[in-house]
Structure formats: C-alpha cells, structure tokens
Design a protein around this ligand. Structure first.
Ligand code: ATP
Ligand code: MG
Length: 422
C-alpha cells in the first residue's frame, strides 16, 4: 500500500495531548500549542517545534516564500553565528540592546543574528559592481536571536524565533520606492493567504532615515501595539508616534473616524537608505559612471509570531482552529473503536484514498474512547473531521464535521473526495 508521506497515523505520532498547560505559561497561544503537542517549551521565549507545529510553520513559510519569489527575491541561508567585527563597524554592537554577545574560550567575541544587515551587506558588496547588477533582493527564512526583556506572549515574542528577512539593493531612490510598493502589496497578499486581515500601519522610519515605514498589524488583544485605524478606509497609524487620537476624523478620507485597537506587528518594511552601504564602503557604478552607495531596503515577517497570531485569532473554547492554508493536515480521520473489524478496514480505505488523492490526513487509529478522541480532535484544530464508526458504516456515509463552524455533513467517500479536491 503506497501512502503519501504527508499523511500520518496518530498511533505513530510521538506527541500526545495534555489536559493542563504549564502553570507559568500565561499566553493563550502557548497554552494551546503546548497542550496539543505542537510545541515544547525550553525556557521563557524559547520553544521547540514538534511534528504538528513544524508542519504549520512550513506551510506559513511556503506561502511567504512563494510571494517573495514572485517579486524577484532570491532565497539564501545566511550564517546565524556572526563575527563581532561587522557589528562593531555599524555601531550595532553597542547601540542595539537585544544583541546577544558571546565570548569564546579563546576570548573571541561573536553574536548570533538578531537581524542580518551586517552579513548581507558584505555579500551584496562582493557581487554588485555596477547598476546592471541592481536591483537585487536577497531573502532567507531562518532563526533570529534577541535578548528580549519581556517574553510573555508565548511564541509571539521569543528570544529565539523564525523570521523571513529580505534585503534589497537599488541604484536610485525611485527604484527603491517602486520596489517598496511592490513589496507592500506582496506582504498584504501573504497575510490574506494566511486568512488574516493585516493593516499597513504608517510608522516613523527609525534611526537611519526620515522616510515612512510600514508595520503590518493584525488586530488581536494578544498584541503589544496600540493602533488607530480608520473605520472607512485602509488608513492606520501606530499610537506611539501619532498626534492623533481615538474619535478624530480621518485625514485620508471623507467621513471616516479613527478607532483604537490592540494589534500585533507581523511584519515591517523600511528604507535603510545608504546607512549600511556607507558603513561597509559598498559602492557601485551608476548609469552616469559615478561610484554611488546603493540604497537598501529591509523587509521582515515574523513567521513564528504569525503562527501565534493565527492561534489567537481563530482558537475557541475547545482548542486550536487552523485555517486551511496552514493546517498541519487537511483531514482528521477519526476511527471509533469497534468490535467490528469492518470499521478499521473502512477507515484504512478512507486513509488510503484520501492520501493517494494528495490530501494530508491524520488518522486517529488509537485504541481510545470516543469522547477522548473527539476532545483531542477539537484541541488539535484540523479543519475537517471525518468520523468512521459502526453507525456511519451502516449509513454508507461518513460524518464530516467542520472544525471552525461546527457544521456537520454526511458524505460518501466519492463526495468527500470531490469536496476536498475541488
Ligand atoms: P517588535 O516591535 O515587535 O519588537 P521589531 O520592530 O523589533 O518588532 P523587526 O526587527 O523589524 O521587528 O523584525 C521583523 C518582524 O519579526 C517583526 O515585524 C515581528 O513580526 C517579528 N519579531 C520581532 N521580534 C520578535 C520576537 N522577539 N519574537 C517573535 N517575532 C518577532
Ligand atoms: Mg523588537
């Protein structure tokens, strides 16, 4: 029997669900993810991702990857252990408070990447000699390390976390501005594909440029940011920097009013100007034959934070609820223990047919009570539960329960296949 490697029998899955979350875990996302066996907590702000959690992360990463590739990003994997020298060269060694500092046994200093400008700029410098090599956008999806003071939002604020970070290089400001809009649209597409509504919030450009930057915010009480957003148009601004307040008229449209909300920053994009290309003395020939410092942009997406925001947004009293696009499996096949061997062989048949059609299935083939299986199924949050029991066997149709809405349908295997492959 050939099964898609994407499907898994629950009896073979080494993780188990648990009734209680650890006492010190206050955030809903980490509580549910730990109880359901998606993540394992190592210490405050550091989690391991177990099979179910890894699958969700990979689905998020793949969506991000597709949208970055679509705008011309070239994927790399940069070093995470960094020499201290480039960090001293840019001043970040002393000025950025979240930089971890490591001393080796030979008293050499290192850091671990909290961002990668110090690595990517010399890489760009090595290969870019003229405007013909530009624009260039390099990105990676990988681990970041930050000495964060607060780590109380579960996987939403880690000391180790996964980020997609892209860095772009441009000959002119006009070219940067053009790419910036393209990247902004790609970001909005990413969040939409993940089932989230993100607002592009205007924020100050930070230390290196007076230019506007965008923070992408998803409204959730679990977030750490307060924003004002227009109830009529896409305008949105971070309260921290704004002179406006709740109830003010929107300055971008007619008739809109600013509302206040708590949100989580799931990405940001900004203009780095020539800060890093100047620090590393990185120049290239422009169209007029002059040596110029390329303009750089930096574009981050918090991959693990997004997973936390998705949990916070969709979970209900019974447990996790995954949107289709990121769910670890599309179908949770729940076989109810029975004296009749037919139930098991029927479940095996459904597992085989769905898997062969390319649909990922988690098959609960464990010997456990129905109540326990349903409670676990709710906690795991897989979008569609398909129940095989003596009852469904005699009816010739399986009970299909949609996790998000609770809607119940009865479908034959061919109807089910039709629905899932449509
Ligand atoms: P924040 O204001 O939340 O600390 P930041 O401004 O430090 O974020 P960046 O350095 O630009 O963020 O990182 C890019 C993205 O990485 C952020 O938009 C966020 O989604 C994510 N991110 C930043 N810090 C963390 C963290 N400690 N844990 C998880 N994700 C993070
Ligand atoms: Mg930060």
């Amino acid at each position: 029997m050939k099964h898609s490697s994407n499907s898994v029998r629950q009896s073979q899955l080494f993780t188990k669900t648990r009734k209680e979350a650890p006492k010190d875990e206050v955030s809903k996302n980490a509580q549910l993810l730990i109880r359901a066996g998606y993540v394992h907590k190592e210490m405050a702000g550091v989690y391991s991702y177990l099979p179910l959690g890894r699958r969700v992360l990979e689905h998020i990463e793949q969506i991000v990857r597709e949208e970055m590739d679509a705008i011309g990003g070239q994927e790399v994997r940069m070093a995470t252990l960094h020499p201290s020298e480039p960090w001293k060269q840019t001043g970040a060694w002393d000025s950025v408070d979240v930089v971890f500092k490591i001393v080796s046994r030979t008293e050499k200093e290192y850091t671990v990447g909290q961002s990668e400008e110090e690595i990517v700029t010399p890489i760009g410098q090595e290969y870019v000699t003229s405007y013909k090599d530009l624009p260039l956008a390099i990105y990676q999806i990988g681990q970041k390390y930050r000495d964060e003071l607060r780590a109380k939002s579960g996987i939403m604020r880690g000391r180790e976390f996964t980020m997609k970070d892209m860095y772009s290089f441009h000959e002119t400001q006009e070219d940067f501005d053009k790419f910036y809009q393209v990247a902004k649209d790609a970001y909005l597409k990413v969040y939409e594909r993940l089932g989230l509504v993100a607002k592009a919030t205007e924020a100050s450009g930070g230390a290196f440029t007076k230019k506007l930057s965008y923070e992408f915010m998803v409204l959730t009480d679990a977030g750490e940011d307060d924003i004002l957003y227009c109830d009529k148009c896409p305008y949105c601004v971070n309260i921290e920097i704004s002179t406006q307040k709740e109830g003010d008229a929107c300055t971008r449209c007619v008739g809109g009013t600013l509302a206040r909300a708590t949100a989580s920053e799931v990405g940001n994009i900004f203009d780095l100007g020539t800060k890093y290309t100047t620090d590393f003395n990185f120049t290239c020939k422009n169209r007029e034959g002059q040596e110029v410092h390329p303009i750089m942009g930096c574009f981050g997406i918090g991959i693990t934070r997004l997973m936390g925001v998705i949990v916070e947004t969709f979970a209900d009293a019974k447990g996790l609820v995954w949107p289709e696009a990121v769910a670890p499996f599309r179908v949770h096949l729940v076989e109810l223990t029975s004296d009749s061997a037919d139930v098991h062989s029927e479940a095996a048949e459904v597992y085989r047919e769905l898997s062969e059609a390319g649909i990922s299935v988690l098959w609960d083939d464990r010997d456990a009570r129905a109540g326990e299986k349903f409670a676990d199924s709710d906690l795991l949050g897989i979008p569609l539960r398909v129940v095989v029991s003596e009852k469904t066997l005699s009816a010739g149709k399986f009970e299909c329960v949609h996790r998000a809405s609770g809607r119940v349908e009865h479908k034959s295997i061919s109807e089910l296949l039709g629905h899932l492959t449509a």
